[in-house]
Design a protein around this ligand. Structure first.
Ligand SMILES: *Cc1c(COP(=O)(O)O)cnc(C)c1O
Length: 403
């Protein structure tokens, strides 16, 4: 029995399995890091050998748009980490989301989705799939089971969740929703980017497919764009020969290899993000220039109890509202930060800040924007891996610029 088969049988904890699981070092002269398979195709010894390969094509390396060993090893690690049977890596989180959604839907089907999902996923459902395939989506706040019950139609095929959502951190009761879905023959998909498989295991709560964007915590070094879909062998094998191979959004072997590098430290990085994020959130909550902080890890968070019930930890993305509404003052605060870099995205080693007003003010007037419950003083920060005291010092000096 080779090393990989032995590891398959053991019930390894996350910190151990990311180092050892699915590695077949005896095949690579014992190299401690597997090589990058930078090749388009794989050759066979005979007619019979390639003929047999096609009989099991989802599990055999034939052509790298389908399967490549540098990619497979990472997929095996992520599937195991998330408590799923199989995983497939995609070129981006959006490619993974598109494949997962398309997998369960046919023209004319109906979807229920929460109303604060990731913007491009919302666009895919509410605009693109509606226009191209007549798929209708009912958006719900997601916080109350009755909303889903009321929204279900005879042609409802999918409930799409994002918990916690990356916009307002809304938490959905995953077990209650998947139970309801199963009784009505409806499939469930969840965007698990915020918590990552380290802090939340939705497949164990009955979700059919889980998608974390690997561009955030799983990659973690701000050097890879990728996504992954995780689920049962049945669903994943079907996705492999359909959405994966036909849409062709495969990940490059070197990017899969970079994710493998990142996975080695994912559990310890998540714990470090959590520790610093709680310190930063508590600091902001007690600061006199700050109106409120939105972070599922705070006891003051309105869904903290449910968050604690279904997650084992909290990541580093949060939002807070400044007391001031003076745009000049807000910009001075924003521009005074030195360690928090200005930019979109999150989940990397570096701390970031972004103000939703920058995007919204392009699309609507300040009055419309305020009517939506958003304020120019709303800030979103991603707490990175720097020292938390340094980050708090940086926020302190920037907050001092506000009168
Ligand atoms: C970034 C993000 C995605 C999309 O991931 P990409 O790799 O950028 O395509 C999906 N969901 C959430 C919550 C995200 O933050």
């Amino acid at each position: 029995m080779n090393e990989a088969d032995t590891q398959m049988k053991k019930n390894l904890k996350p910190e151990t399995l990311i180092t050892h699981f699915a590695e077949e070092r005896e095949k690579y002269e014992g190299a401690v890091v597997p090589p990058i398979f930078q090749n388009t195709l794989f050759t066979f010894e005979s007619w019979e050998a390639i003929d047999a390969a096609f009989d099991d094509r989802v599990n055999t390396s034939i052509y790298s748009r389908g399967k490549n060993p540098s990619v497979t090893i990472v997929e095996q690690k992520i599937a195991k980490l998330a408590g799923g049977e199989k995983a497939r890596l995609f070129a981006s989180g959006m490619a993974a989301i598109t494949a997962a959604i398309m997998h369960f839907l046919n023209a004319g089907d109906h979807v229920i989705a929460i109303n604060n999902i990731y913007g491009p996923a919302n666009n895919l459902l509410s605009v693109y799939l509606k226009k191209k395939m007549g798929i209708e989506t009912t958006f719900v706040s997601g916080n109350n089971l009755d909303e889903y019950k009321k929204a279900i139609r005879s042609n409802t095929k999918l409930i799409y969740l994002e918990s916690p959502s990356s916009a307002i951190f809304s938490i959905q009761d995953i077990e209650a929703i998947t139970q309801l879905a199963r009784t009505r023959n409806i499939k469930t998909v969840i965007d698990n980017t915020w918590a990552s498989p380290i802090f939340q295991q939705p497949l164990k709560m009955g979700v059919d497919l889980e998608i974390p964007s690997c561009s955030k915590y799983i990659g973690g070094h701000s050097d890879v764009i990728a996504g992954v879909v995780i689920g049962s062998t049945e669903n994943m094998d079907s996705i492999s020969v359909n959405e994966f191979e036909l849409l062709g959004s495969k990940i490059a072997p070197i990017e899969a290899w970079l994710i493998m590098r990142s996975l080695r430290t994912l559990p310890i990085r998540m714990k470090a993000h959590e520790k610093s994020a709680i310190q930063v959130a508590q600091f902001l909550e007690s600061h006199k220039k700050v109106e409120s902080v939105s972070y599922p890890g705070l006891e003051s968070f309105n869904q903290h109890k449910l968050a604690k019930k279904q997650m084992s930890g909290f990541s580093g993305l949060m939002a807070f509202k400044l007391k001031t509404n003076n745009l000049t003052e807000i910009k001075t605060f924003f521009n005074s930060l030195e360690l928090f870099k200005i930019g979109v995205s999150w989940g990397g080693h570096e701390s970031l800040i972004y103000a939703p007003a920058i995007s919204y003010l392009k699309e609507m007037s300040r009055e419309q924007f305020i009517a939506m419950g958003i304020s120019v003083g709303d800030m979103r920060i991603s707490v990175g891996l720097e020292n938390a005291d340094d980050l708090i010092d940086d926020l302190t000096q920037a907050l001092e610029t506000i009168q």
